[in-house]
Each structure stands twice: as structure tokens, then as C-alpha cells.
Design a binder for this molecule. Structure first.
Ligand SMILES: C[S@@+](CC[C@H](N)C(=O)[O-])C[C@H]1O[C@@H](n2cnc3c(N)ncnc32)[C@H](O)[C@@H]1O
Length: 279
């Protein structure tokens, strides 16, 4: 099921268009790289004895499926995302794996979730894109049972995550139209936890806390070109570039990643926050 209107039209366009194409194509390598976060959230759900879990901005659903696998049959997990193609892909993978996870497309900022229906709300990198974060987290709080827990993973500052901007730095001389990273909704919007705590306080969550999590992430070096040609602002621009420019950019940025090659793998540290709160 999907909704046709959204309070986040720009993000809906991104995540139903180029963002979805990139994340679906790179799904296996992204899930491999970010598996540590999937395990962290699934462990939390299992240890808490969660019975009804909502995974916000679930994308292609690896975290939802991992949680569902840990808490079924007593517990259920619903993956929710703005991107209809990513939800379709998530459901397809769940069907293939015979996973009990369920998926639904819509805007978490405004979706009319049944009130007081989840005892745990989680997210792996899916909550930094709201145009009205206070409204979104108030909406999620209404969906949470009283006393329910929120546990979400978001990126710390760009400066602490140099891996994420290697491609931009290396490609900048060749791609003058490369958009600059700015404030506002996006990958690093929750880097300032003071800001995040004030959003959650205002949205009615209590007991807000955050702890840094440094996760070693790994994917095969043979997948580096796939990663580079799909992800981030460079990947999005390359999708529209001709072959000659594409090859010049790719060889410039491959060079920039040499320090992350470790034997057959690419390895980098994801510098993130685990933010928790109670409804
Ligand atoms: C960086 S991806 C992370 C996907 C997934 N959680 C993972 O770790 O593989 C961010 C996800 O948030 C979703 N998203 C962005 N804004 C949203 C909104 N307002 N409501 C629901 N999902 C949203 C996007 O569609 C996208 O799938």
C-alpha cells in the first residue's frame, strides 16, 4: 500500500527516483557494510522482548527483516518508508527469505499510524530527512505505546566521517556542478545531538540520551566501482554524465579510496550516534 501525497515532496522525489535506484542496486553491498547496525538494533529488540516494532525509513528492509526474525512469532516488525520502490523491493526480499516482516509505504511525518501501537520504534539512517522533524517525531510518539522505546542510528559530523566525502573531494575539480553539502534535511542533519534532543523534547519524548557508536564497516573491494557510481552526490551526477567524463571521474576517485583498501575489502569506520528516548 502507498500514499500519494507527502509533506516532503523533494525527499519523495529523491527517494522514489534516483535515491531508490541507487539503494536498490547497491542493496547487497550496503546491507553488508551496515550489518553491524542491523545486529545492534535487532539485539535491542530481542533483549527488550519487543512485541510490535516499527522501523522508520526502512529502505530495502534489512533491519526490519533481522528484527522480525528475532522476535517472531510472538512479535511483529513493520518496515515503513517514503519510497514505494524500496518498499516493493523490501517485500520481495522478505517473501524470498520467508520472513514475517511486513512493509508499508508512506510519509512517517504525517502517516496516520494506529495510536499507541508500537512498543519499540527503531531506525537505521532513516530519520534525518523530515521537513518538520518535531512534527514527525510527535507523530511517531502518538504511534508509540506509553513507555515505548525509540532507538535510532544517525551519522555524526561530516568531519568525523571522511570516508563519506572522499568521492566529492576527489571529483570536485572535474565536476563543477557538484552540489555542496548544506544544512537542512539530509545524511548529516542529526550530527548535532543538542539539536536532536531539543527536537525529541519538543515532540514529547522523555529520557532522551545519545551515545557515540563507531562501527567498522566492510564490503568487497571488487564492489567499489558499483558503490562509487551509485552513492552520494557524485554517484547521482555520474548517472547523468557521458562515458568519457565518467571514466575520468572514476579513476580520480578510485585513487582517493586507496587508504580504505584492506586486502580484498574496503573498510571504514562509521562514526554514528545511537539516540534513545521513551514515549
Ligand atoms: C539512507 S536511507 C536508509 C535506508 C535503510 N534504513 C537502511 O539502513 O538500509 C534513508 C531512508 O529514509 C527514507 N525516508 C526519508 N524520508 C522519509 C519519510 N518522511 N518517511 C519515511 N521514510 C523516509 C528514504 O526513503 C530512505 O529509504
Amino acid at each position: 500500500m502507498s500514499e500519494t501525497h507527502t509533506a516532503n515532496p523533494e525527499m519523495a522525489e529523491l527517494w522514489n527516483g534516483p535515491g531508490a535506484r541507487s539503494w536498490i542496486t547497491a542493496q547487497a553491498l550496503l546491507d553488508e557494510a551496515f550489518r553491524g547496525f542491523e545486529t545492534l538494533l535487532a539485539d535491542m529488540a530481542a533483549e527488550a522482548g519487543a512485541r510490535s516494532v516499527l522501523d522508520v525509513g526502512c529502505g530495502t528492509g534489512a533491519t526490519t527483516r533481522a528484527i522480525a526474525g528475532r522476535i517472531a512469532p510472538e512479535g511483529t516488525a513493520l518496515g515503513f518508508d517514503l519510497s514505494a520502490p524500496m518498499i516493493e523491493h523490501a517485500q520481495k526480499l522478505a517473501d524470498q527469505e520467508d520472513s514475517p516482516a511486513r512493509f508499508l509505504a508512506g510519509d512517517a511525518q504525517t502517516h496516520d499510524f494506529p495510536a499507541a501501537s508500537f512498543d519499540l520504534i527503531v531506525s537505521r539512517f532513516g530519520v534525518m530527512f523530515f521537513s518538520d522533524p518535531v512534527g514527525a517525531f510527535a507523530n511517531l510518539r502518538r504511534a508509540a505505546k506509553p513507555g515505548a522505546a525509540l532507538a535510532m542510528i544517525s551519522w555524526r559530523a561530516i568531519s568525523e566521517n571522511p570516508f563519506m566525502t572522499v568521492a566529492e573531494r576527489a571529483a570536485a575539480p572535474l565536476l563543477p556542478d557538484l552540489p555542496k553539502r548544506g544544512g537542512g534535511p539530509g545524511q548529516f542533519a542529526f550530527a548535532d545531538q543538542g539539536h536532536v534532543h531539543s527536537i525529541l523534547d519538543e515532540a514529547g519524548w522523555t529520557g532522551v540520551s545519545s551515545e557515540p557508536v563507531d562501527m567498522m564497516c566492510t564490503f568487497p573491494a571488487s564492489a567499489l566501482d558499483t558503490y562509487l557510481s551509485l552513492m552520494g552526490p557524485v554517484g547521482h551526477l555520474l548517472a547523468k554524465s557521458d562515458d568519457a567524463l565518467r571514466e575520468r571521474v572514476m579513476s580520480a576517485i578510485r585513487e582517493g579510496f586507496s587508504e580504505y583498501i584492506s586486502g580484498p575489502d574496503i573498510q571504514f569506520t562509521a562514526a554514528c550516534w545511537l539516540t534513545r528516548a521513551t514515549a
